[in-house]
Ligand binder design. Structure first.
Ligand code: IPT
Length: 955
């Protein structure tokens, strides 16, 4: 046997270095220096391991495919996406990675103008996941480090101006970098941000820095460059040498509410860089984080870069869509979880007004799994061999991004545990930028940071911190230091599936306790990848859909936006909770509160509408006085017209003018309250009672000719992710153990006379002696059928109920509904403030919310009456006494629960109608606290009245 070692130019990357031959970090800039964008089609070859010969340095050999740059190869048919939350999808032995390491080879040619011989040529990669080795015209240029950081190389010596040049890149899926980039997201590889070739002529600006401070009306500007240059800001009359400190009296400050930018240039004669200067000061004073001297409340979200077709390779239109959607939903802050974003996103935050926590590309969650105290040995956070690469990452992020006014804090990373490298990173950040506070959620002692930050705390824990009554640290000095810090929830309100609930209660705490300065909801968007099944039907894939060896299922779908960027009900609720203007009922009229931190309400128009039984009776515009940030005013409302029915007053604050992020008329905030109770219902029509047919067990089979699957007690809902409690208190196992999904009925008693039928049923699960007696009293009259349902628990129930109500089946011909109640969107008890009482209509299809993982959805609450229609018109009206909740769908809760994706659900022979007295809340237990006590539904005696009015006569 002969042993022939294969010679390969491409090695694994398993060193603790920070890339080789990289140029020093510098600020991201828009400049006029000649540049060639290398985005577009490249030749591409995919291999399952890096032994493939590096035979492409002079151009693509025969038979290669093509790929678009930027992109991830897994989303272009090579290899496959893997989703893990915390676990490394490879054995843990840093810095080593498996031999079978998916490898993408890229090559393209580029004509470089002859004029480029007069300077240095720089090749820049804005983002390559996870490691690249680069060659120019066959010369090895260097290697990258930091998937979400820019890597620049001086390629002057290799490039041939006036000729065609070959750029070749080998990208490895796994590298030492992967150990410190273990974020909860899809593992996706390749050149996923732009590649740029840039000419740096003598006198070009290498790095530049903009310091734009704000002090009580005065702007203090200092722009520095590493070559002689001039700063020009015409609007401020500035034309001065770089480096000078310039005082500008009466400058308009930058805030997220008023993102005032002064545009100008920094010019060296050779190169001109665009400046967008925002004057603002971030400071912590008296234990409170202030922007321009005023406390700010972060109404934030955590944003991963995600697109269902392109993964983390976002185009500018998508970034802008995110920014606009955030502004439209009253969001004022973004944490760039968990890595520095595409630099253009930060430009947009400057321009549109969003506060940013810029987070370092650093996470080692797989060393901890469920165990924060112990964890696995070798966590890079506390291993000195990783110090240089980690400090380098912090350095490069701060230098790249520090000129953005939108960035108000730096975050050292996410979920890396604690260790000496955290201290070193903090020191580096402070050295480079003393103007911004530091945050790192896993520094629970807040020793290395300026802001105390935690994730997923309960309301009670936040309240304790707000009062300064959190449990003390063992080190008294640290305890004193931490108590003096502002508090921010880096993550809270896990938006997985149907939820989160309890947002309003968090906001109330942030508004009440100055120290609690808000937080960042987890997370902005569901990371569902657009996929088609064998039959060509489209769905959004989650963990496991690509046959991964390890995966974490739909935990990747936990956003406020669906993968296609449709706002979820959770986002609508968040918008309401984050509203910057609030209307409160006052003894006379309305109290209007300005919840903004800096600006007035001049941009808003407030309208009011008075409705009676859902019909408009009067409307008008409410003139707003000047109400400064944090202020309030008491306003009188016009005298209402005479009313006889149930009446509601609705106030709406809308944009008075077009803005950059929404058009005139966009609704910013709402307020609504009842001003008159419903009148007693008129006496029923006499005459022959409507026809209802019951069977021998007293089950309603037909109402005025409409056949029914008879109504019965229903306690089950298709569990939502929060019921399952991935990382929080799970309630679903209790429900299941109690058999609430498999109930049996036994008729105990049946009595009837001419107008009344009384049916007593005992409902219980197999193997259980707990039961619920449900006593149905049916009464017929000339226009309808009344139901009085009484509930009596039998035995010692300790488990709360998913829902309490009835379910019945209607003919599939039923196609739409109209109702008077909360709407138009779905609501649950702890997430209902965004939907207002009114008259609405929808098709059965439109009542469904397509959560990426099917689960209970589509509930409408506080419903006074509901009418069901088929193609011929109204079939039946259900009236509450006073109200009920309903869901109507073409599948049962059991079918909903069994489905893995929305395409698994298909219409059957019935429309299933649930009419509920109540439903369990949503909470946030998929990662965080469960349902607040006031939204838990214990088993108890209850009584529930409904009336069914048929619209057709029986034949
Ligand atoms: C926390 C992570 O920081 C975040 O990346 C995400 O995984 C989130 O949870 C849940 O979706 S870590 C959690 C185990 C507390």
């Amino acid at each position: 046997m002969t042993y022939t070692p294969v010679r390969s130019a491409a090695r694994q990357h398993t060193e603790y270095e920070t890339g080789s031959n990289r140029l020093p970090a510098r600020a991201w800039a828009r400049s006029d220096t000649p540049r060639i964008l290398l985005s577009g089609e490249w030749s591409f070859r995919y291999s399952t391991a890096p032994e493939t010969p590096a035979d492409f340095l002079d151009g693509a050999p025969e038979g290669w495919g093509r790929i678009d740059v930027p992109s991830h190869w897994q989303l272009r048919g090579h290899g496959r996406p893997i989703y893990t939350n915390q676990r490394y999808p490879f054995p843990i032995e840093p810095p080593h990675v498996p031999d079978d390491n998916p490898t993408g080879d890229y090559v393209r040619s580029i004509d470089v103008p002859a004029a480029w011989s007069h300077g240095r040529v720089v090749l820049r990669f804005e983002g390559v996941d996870s490691f690249a080795r680069v060659w120019v015209n066959g010369h090895e240029t260097g290697t990258t480090s930091g998937s979400r950081l820019q890597n620049e190389f001086d390629v002057t010596d290799a490039i041939r101006p006036g000729h065609t040049n070959i750029i070749a890149v080998r990208v490895l899926q796994w590298s030492a970098n992967s150990y410190i980039e273990d974020q909860d997201m899809w593992w996706l590889s390749g050149i996923f941000r732009d590649v740029v070739l840039e000419l740096r002529r003598p006198g070009s600006i290498g790095d530049h820095r903009v310091l734009a401070d704000y002090d009580a009306g005065t702007g203090i500007l200092q722009v520095t460059a590493d070559v002689p240059a001039r700063v020009r800001i015409p609007e401020l009359g500035i034309d001065a040498p770089a480096g000078e400190r310039i005082l500008i009296p009466e400058v308009e400050p930058w805030t997220a509410e008023s993102p005032r930018l002064y545009h100008g240039t920094l010019s060296s004669g050779t190169e001109t860089i665009d400046l967008a200067v925002g004057f603002r000061r971030v400071e912590i004073a008296g234990g409170v984080l202030k922007v321009n001297g005023r406390r700010v409340l972060f109404r934030g979200v955590n944003r991963h870069e995600f697109d269902p077709d392109h993964g983390r390779a976002l185009d500018e239109a998508t970034m802008l869509a995110d920014v606009r959607l955030m502004k439209q939903h009253n969001i004022n802050a973004v944490r760039t979880s968990h890595y520095p974003p595409h630099p253009r996103f930060l430009d947009l935050c400057d321009e549109y007004g969003l506060y940013v926590i810029d987070e370092c590309d650093f996470e080692t969650h797989g060393f901890f799994l469920d165990d924060w105290d112990g964890g696995l040995a070798g966590n890079p956070t506390d291993d000195e061999r990783w110090q240089e690469p980690l400090v380098d990452r912090m350095h490069r992020m701060v230098v790249r991004d520090r000129n953005h006014p939108s960035i108000v804090m730096w975050s050292l990373g996410n979920e890396c545990g604690s260790g000496s490298n955290i201290a070193a990173m903090a020191t580096e950040a402070r050295r480079l930028d003393p103007t911004r506070p530091l945050l790192y959620e896993r520094d629970w002692t807040a020793q290395h940071v300026d802001v105390y930050s935690r994730m997923y705390l309960t309301h009670a824990e936040v309240e304790a911190i707000g009062r300064g009554e959190e449990p003390p640290l063992t080190d008294p000095a640290l305890d004193v230091r931490r108590r003096a810090q502002p508090f921010i929830l880096a993550e809270y309100a896990h938006a997985m599936g149907n939820g989160p609930g309890g947002l309003a209660e968090y906001q109330e705490l942030f508004e009440r306790h100055p120290r609690c300065q808000g937080g960042f909801v987890w997370e902005w968007i569901d990371h569902g990848l657009r996929t088609t099944d064998a039959g060509g039907r489209e769905f959004f894939a989650y963990g496991g859909d690509f046959g991964e060896e390890l995966h974490d299922g739909n935990f990747v779908a936990d956003g406020l936006l669906f993968p296609d960027r449709t706002p979820s009900p959770g986002l609508l609720e968040l918008k309401k909770v984050f509203e910057p203007i609030r209307f409160e009922r006052a003894d006379i009229g309305v109290r209007v509160r300005n919840l903004r931190d800096h600006t007035g309400l001049d941009d808003l128009t407030v309208t009011w509408t008075l409705t009676e039984d859902g019909e408009e009776r009067a409307h008008g515009v409410l003139g707003l006085p000047q109400i400064p940030a944090g202020g309030e005013a008491l306003l009188q409302l016009p005298e209402p017209p005479p009313l006889t029915g149930e009446a509601w007053l609705t106030l709406r604050a809308i944009l008075a003018q077009d803005t950059a992020w929404a058009g005139r008329g966009h609704e910013v905030a709402t307020g609504q309250w009842q001003v008159r109770e419903a009148a007693p219902r008129p006496r029923r029509r006499d005459g022959a009672p409507v026809r209802a047919r019951f069977d021998e067990r007293g089950r309603l089979l037909e109402l005025a000719g409409t056949p029914l699957v008879p109504p019965r007690l229903d306690l089950w809902r298709a569990p939502i992710d929060n019921d399952l409690g991935w990382w929080g208190p799970a309630v679903e196992p209790q429900w299941r153990a109690h058999g609430l999904d498999r109930l049996h009925d036994r008729l105990e008693d049946l009595e009837s006379d001419d107008t009344e039928l009384r049916v007593t049923v005992r409902t219980a699960a197999a193997a259980s002696d707990l039961a619920i007696r449900n006593i149905w009293t049916w009464t017929l009259d000339g226009t309808g059928l009344d139901l009085h349902l009484r509930i009596e628990p039998i035995g010692d129930w300790t488990c709360p109920l998913p829902r309490l109500g009835i379910r019945l089946g209607l003919p599939a011909a039923v196609e739409r509904v109209s109702w008077y109640g909360r709407g138009p969107g779905e609501t649950y008890p702890d997430s209902s403030s965004s939907q207002l009482i009114g008259r609405y209509q929808a098709s059965i299809e439109d009542l469904q919310t397509p959560y990426v993982m099917p689960q209970e959805n589509g509930n409408r609450s506080d419903v006074r009456h509901l009418t069901l229609y088929d193609a011929a018109g109204a079939v039946m009206t259900v009236r509450g006494a006073p109200t009920f909740d309903f869901t109507a769908r073409r599948w049962t809760s059991e079918q909903l629960e069994a489905a893995r994706h929305p395409i698994d659900l298909s219409p059957g022979e019935h429309v299933w109608l649930n009419l509920d007295l109540e439903q369990y809340g949503l909470g946030s237990a998929s990662c965080g606290p469960g349902v607040l006590p006031q939204y838990v539904r214990p088993v108890r005696s209850a009584s529930f009245r409904l009336r069914f009015e048929p619209h057709r006569e029986a034949e």
